[in-house]
Design a protein around this ligand. Structure first.
Ligand code: FNR
Length: 343
């Protein structure tokens, strides 16, 4: 199976499979405030992440590149990013490190959006040299290092060797010209993982929890023989749980909340749990592929408007203040927090 075919399979199955309803966000409720004493126009959506200022707290998460047709998808995503002020990540750039003819499928995002915030992406086993090549390939402002052990182990042709990965992450954090963001791909982070990442010097983490695009499901669709069926629905932490797990580490990291974020209200709940920014992948890919750039832009603009409304009704003028507001945690998510000693 070629890398190019795999990239196309991932897009196809991500669109075909519906996101799970179990993303934990419905367990979280804000406490309404009826007396906001300022104007909607006073609300700013600007935030900071890894030492950079972002005009929007939403970002388009890592998806694609590495096959001919993905150049058009990245072009569309970059147009949405440019028109809405969102930061944008490309998918894993390993394919272009192996085959330079594929560089265009990634660098198109910088061509379309010369002044935007762009994030490169490689697996966490990458060398410092490859990491720097990936950054230079697209003039990236950050590099994602993705943790996808569950995906690799359920992928027929996936990696089976992870030895030395923490030392490699530390090497890239120390040697790269731009800040590193370590991210999962949909199975979430735990306190144990945050601790190891802090020891490796990581300062920015994307929790990428369960409840949206599910790579165990995607790899199961790509398998010819027996599947990892039971693991599809329950392996990993939902985004709500992964953010709860982060609570003891908020002083160490800037956080991106992501994984199954389908609405502006989901995003607001991530900010209330301490996220500096929120990543969306499937929820922007789907409208882009089905209806085009204008519809995707309209959806992002509506999310911005909805976020301003939610902030006003929480008496907050900035997303970074939302973490000071109480959030009621119920159901399975509350139970998770209680059993893990984080309530
Ligand atoms: C992804 N994702 C991903 N992540 C990563 O770090 N490198 C990658 O190459 C890819 N590739 C990829 C392809 C496609 C088609 C999708 C939809 C997603 C994972 C992505 O960044 C994100 O972590 C998960 O999709 C969870 O977020 P959503 O989709 O639930 O918002």
């Amino acid at each position: 199976m070629s890398i190019e075919q795999r990239k196309l399979d991932h897009v196809r199955y991500a669109l075909e499979l519906n996101p799970s309803l179990n993303n934990g966000f419905s367990d979280l409720r804000f406490v309404h405030r009826a007396l906001p004493d300022f104007d909607l126009a006073d609300v700013t959506l600007a935030t900071t992440l890894g030492g950079l200022s972002l005009s929007s707290p939403l970002l388009i998460n890592a998806m694609t590149g590495g096959a001919g047709r993905t150049e058009e998808i990245n072009r569309g995503l970059a147009e949405v990013a440019k028109r809405t002020g969102l930061a944008m990540a490309v998918g894993s750039q390993r394919a272009a490190l192996k085959d330079p003819s594929l560089v265009r499928t990634y660098s198109v995002v910088r061509e379309v959006n010369p002044n935007g915030i762009v994030i490169g992406n490689l697996g966490a086993g990458a060398s410092v040299e490859d990491a720097q090549l990936a950054v230079d390939m697209i003039g990236a402002n950050f590099l994602h290092l993705h943790l996808n052990a569950a995906q690799e182990l359920t992928m027929p042709e996936g990696d089976r060797s992870f030895r030395g990965i923490c030392d490699k992450i530390q090497g890239v954090v120390e040697g790269l010209s731009v800040p590193v963001i370590v991210k999962e791909v949909g199975n979430g982070m735990s306190t144990e993982t945050y601790r190891k990442l802090a020891d490796a010097g990581v300062k920015t983490v994307d929790v990428a929890g369960m409840g949206g695009t599910n790579f165990v499901s995607i790899e199961n669709r790509r398998r010819a023989g027996l599947r990892f069926t039971e693991m599809e629905q329950e392996w990993g932490q939902t985004t709500a749980e992964a953010l709860l797990e982060a609570q003891p580490h908020l002083f160490q990291f800037d956080l991106i909340g992501s994984g199954g974020v389908q609405t502006a209200l989901d995003a607001a709940k991530c900010f209330a749990l301490g996220a500096n920014a929120v990543g969306i992948a499937g929820a922007i890919l789907r409208p882009l592929m089905e209806h085009g750039v204008d519809t995707a832009v309209e959806i992002v603009e509506h999310w911005h408007e909805e976020l301003r409304v939610i902030l006003t009704l929480q008496e907050c003028t900035s997303v970074l203040n939302l973490r000071e507001r109480p959030l009621i945690v119920r159901g399975q998510t509350a139970e998770w927090g209680r059993l893990r000693g984080i309530d």
